[in-house]
Design a protein around this ligand. Sequence first.
Ligand SMILES: Cc1ncc(COP(=O)(O)O)c(C=O)c1O
Length: 410
Amino acid sequence: MTSTTPTPDWAARFSERMTRVRASEIRELLKLLDQPDILSFAGGIPDPGLFPAAQIQAGYDAILSDADLSRQALQYSVSEGYLPLRRWIAERMALNGVTCDEHNIIITAGSQQALDLIGKLFLTRGDTVMVARPTYLGALQAFNAYEPAYLDLPERALADGVDASALMSGRAPNPLGYFVPDFANPTGQSLSLAEREALLDLADQLDMTLIEDAAYRELRFEGEALPTLLALDIARCGSIEAARTLFCGTFSKTISPALRIGWVCGPRAVIEKLVLLKQGCDLHVSTVNQMAAHRAVSEGYEQHLGMLRAAYGAKARTILAALDRHMPSGVTWSRPQGGMFVWVWLPEGMDGKLLLERALAEERVAFVPGEPFFAEVPAANAIRLSYSLPTDAEIEDGVARLARLIARAA
Ligand SMILES: Cc1ncc(COP(=O)(O)O)c(C=O)c1O
């Protein structure tokens, strides 16, 4: 017998906020890229050949073969996270000018969950979220569910100065600011020390809470490390408890994204609220994963980071040299000192999305069009290239193909 009950009209039943939560057309398009003959700069994920698999396996073995440890590892646990890991993170933050202890740390399911929980904690519909132009697409996806109004910080605002009250005219006050100061996704660019100070000045003027997303910070392969926004904030206000910056870290780019381990470091008053939200969300991050990650970072971590930096640095040099060699005039690009991305500005009037369609059809090469990375005012003539996955030969070949297409399309 067939049922006569009509299919529910789900769209009419979903909450209002779901109008802001949409599948990214880029992600849909990128699903089609899983074909062997496509040279892809789209990925934006770590090179799996660099995962410390043997070390992680040894960690799981040691934990699960010990009766006491395995009982703890496989049981429910506290929402704050595994205490030895929080202590390890607090010590590492302290080495970087952030005096704090475990009470200033919550472990989250990657830094992506940290962004969601922070959005939930701070955003009421219509609140202002200030972002760089362009910014990390995943942050926009996390915040969208809380229905904010975005404000693009104008491109040279931090370098040249900006009139804070003009910037905020007609906007809800006390914005939440989201920035990736080191080797940003998608641009690969970093804020200079002067720009970091200028951002903190702006945050003071606007009484703005700042999210510092440090996802790629450990992957510097050139130049000197700059202080984190949180460290600079603490140097001004005297203590993490008085700081306005929430630092989001992750082991996704340095150990493995599958462990899903990130953290927030910030004032206790904020961490305590995030813990409550995490309880309601998923209780806690997998304890066995946290214990394995703690083992992995407790031994040989610096050496492992050195290996990652050398590997990504070599690939970055390859792609920059290939861009220098092949790109026609009218194309410009960022010169990252760390991370996984190069941002390419196409000639005025050229559309990154249309270029991707042609690139797939004519040259079998892929990348991510720039447009979805803009929160408020989009720009079509940009693309993001990730050099983390292709080999040197693939990078050279792929850039040559892309340059050929751009020259034809111009
Ligand atoms: C800038 C940035 N922040 C956060 C994330 C989320 O990473 P995870 O949740 O794995 O820590 C990513 C992932 O690509 C990213 O590029």
